[in-house]
Design a protein around this ligand. Structure first.
Ligand SMILES: Cc1cc2nc3c(=O)[nH]c(=O)nc-3n(C[C@H](O)[C@H](O)[C@H](O)COP(=O)(O)OP(=O)(O)OC[C@H]3O[C@@H](n4cnc5c(N)ncnc54)[C@H](O)[C@@H]3O)c2cc1C
Length: 496
């Protein structure tokens, strides 16, 4: 590390840290990201949502990298849950908030996904130091002004900065500077998970879906990570934790044998024997929320701030969404605009709103003695939107309940505007056919969709539309809106 003075120091190189660091560096500020490990490193959290893939990732400029990685395409979720005896499926395409080519997500090997995001952060100008650990925060007059770190060489040193972003994940120790973590009384579960080769697949078009199956002691997930590799996990209530006395692998096998749908899919499979997928891992106490998400000079994002049960795969979405919101608030303050209170109140309120939607929906969903209709109605009630009730569930669990992230309907308007104003040259080079799948679109429309998802295009569009009708209304009463380039907050054009 050449200099020890930065605008922002981001602690943690997971999805939350890489996202925040990239979006702040893209605004021209000096950003240091420190990560205690050396990537690639194993992580759980493999099933993504469209809001991440089509909302945050295009802003970061990694859409092409994700395509090249050949991740399994996830069209939706399949569940054997509630009173329904047979599995039922929802497709992201059922929601108007995930139109055309945005109606899918990916199942990712996190060792690959996290590396893509961190490499991209480096390319966008972030100074990344791996094997470098945050020890504690430097606080002066109640404000966080830096971080004490342990460098790879074993040297202790101090980094000074205007803001620290805590993206340390569930093991964060620096978040305690701003409040306390409260563990959920409702979700006191234990998860045990491992990997199989040559497991079966659901029939097309659901082969890439996450398959979640409730059984007497909890539920299982089944996530296809490649044509041959499958992630399998079992989540049980703590009251059944005595099963672990026989050791993790035996407990895992015995729990799977109690869940017939998953057992059947694994009939011809074998446990994966290749690192890092050869271990059976256990996680517990992972549902919690921090009392404060920011304090002067400090912002807490991703798992460091909160996490809730993984049944709807919301972790990486909440991590990257909160990082985007935090980056906007930090960029706004570094530009000298708005008060700190106003800029971070927007981050806090939007983040809590999204977390609460997943939390409250999960509370209802965990009541497995319900008809499918009841889950749909709950989702619609929580979203308070006049949309068909089935669509409400798909929109909520796809991560676009706030309609402030994914391009969706605003994209339709942008499409018309961009085409009518001929803001794109007719022939732009493309490298992938994936976005051609927007059936029913005109040739020009397909071109638009391809371009829309290309690296950097999001920002070009936003700046090309400067001065045009902005597409976002305040989400909150008297709230702020994202700037035209998506990187900071504005208050109806008057940033005071
Ligand atoms: C059982 C289970 C299943 C899950 N399944 C899913 C799923 O299917 N889909 C999904 O989206 N999410 C899932 N999640 C959640 C997902 O794992 C997390 O929400 C996500 O990884 C959070 O990202 P993050 O960037 O906040 O934290 P992390 O990915 O944990 O990254 C934090 C980083 O900070 C680094 N770090 C920590 N302390 C320090 C320090 N002092 N100094 C420097 N670096 C530090 C760590 O090494 C790490 O790389 C699941 C979680 C659990 C428990």
């Amino acid at each position: 590390m050449k200099s020890k003075v930065f605008d922002v120091c981001v602690v943690g190189g997971g999805p939350a840290g890489s996202t925040a660091a990239t979006l702040i560096a893209m605004s021209g500020y000096r950003v240091l990201l420190i990560e205690k490990e050396s990537l690639p490193v194993y992580k759980i959290g493999e099933s993504l949502l469209p809001a991440t893939v089509h909302g945050v990732c295009p802003l970061l400029g990694v859409s092409e990298d994700l395509l090249r990685a050949n991740f399994v395409k996830k069209n939706g979720g399949t569940f054997r849950w509630g009173r329904a005896k047979e599995p039922w499926t929802f497709a992201f395409a059922e929601s108007s908030k995930f139109p055309g080519p945005t109606s899918f997500a990916y199942q990712v090997e996190r060792i690959k996904f996290d590396t893509i995001l961190l490499d991209n952060a480096r390319r966008k100008g972030v100074e990344v130091c791996e094997q470098t650990q945050a020890q504690d925060l430097v606080v002066e007059d109640g404000r966080v002004v830096g971080v004490n770190i342990l460098e790879r060489s074993g040297t202790d040193s101090r980094v000074s900065c205007k803001y620290v972003v805590d993206a340390c994940g569930h093991s964060s120790r620096i978040a305690k500077q701003a409040g306390v973590r409260t563990y959920s009384e409702r979700f006191r579960n234990v998860a045990v998970f491992g990997y199989f080769l040559d497991g079966g697949r659901l029939p097309a078009p659901n082969a890439g879906n996450i398959f979640s199956v409730a059984f007497a002691k909890g539920w299982c997930w089944y996530i296809p990570l490649s044509p041959t590799l499958t992630s399998v996990g079992v989540v049980i209530d703590k009251e059944y934790a005595s099963v672990f006395h026989q050791g993790p692998r035996k407990a895992f096998e015995s729990l799977i044998s109690e869940c017939s749908e998953i057992k059947n899919l694994l009939t011809s499979s074998r446990p994966c024997d290749r690192p890092p997928y050869d271990e059976i891992r256990i996680r517990q106490e992972y549902s919690y929320c921090h009392s404060q998400f920011w304090s002067p000079g400090l912002v807490i994002v991703g798992d460091a701030a909160c996490f809730i049960d993984p049944v709807f795969s919301s972790g990486v979405h909440l991590a990257t969404y909160s990082a985007l919101l935090a980056a906007r608030s930090i960029n706004t303050r570094l530009r000298g605009e708005l008060t700190e209170e106003r800029a971070f109140a927007e981050f806090d309120a939007r983040y809590r709103r999204e977390y609460k939607l997943f939390h409250d929906f999960l509370c209802a969903f965990y009541d497995v003695d319900q008809d499918l209709d009841s889950y749909y109605w709950t989702a619609r009630h929580l979203m308070s939107e006049e949309v068909p009730y089935r669509e409400a569930l798909v929109t909520l669990v796809g991560g676009n309940a706030s309609s402030d992230l994914i391009i969706a309907d605003s994209t339709e308007r942008l499409e018309r505007q961009m085409l009518s104003e001929q803001l794109f040259p007719a022939a732009m080079g493309v490298t992938s056919d994936m976005y051609l799948e927007s059936s029913g679109r005109t040739g020009a429309g397909r071109q638009f969709w391809r371009e829309l998802n290309r690296e950097g295009t999001q920002l070009q569009i936003q700046s090309a539309l400067k001065g045009c009708d902005t597409h976002e209304r305040p989400l909150l009463l008297d709230g702020l809106v994202a700037s035209a380039d998506g990187l900071y907050w504005e208050s109806n054009g008057k940033n005071r």
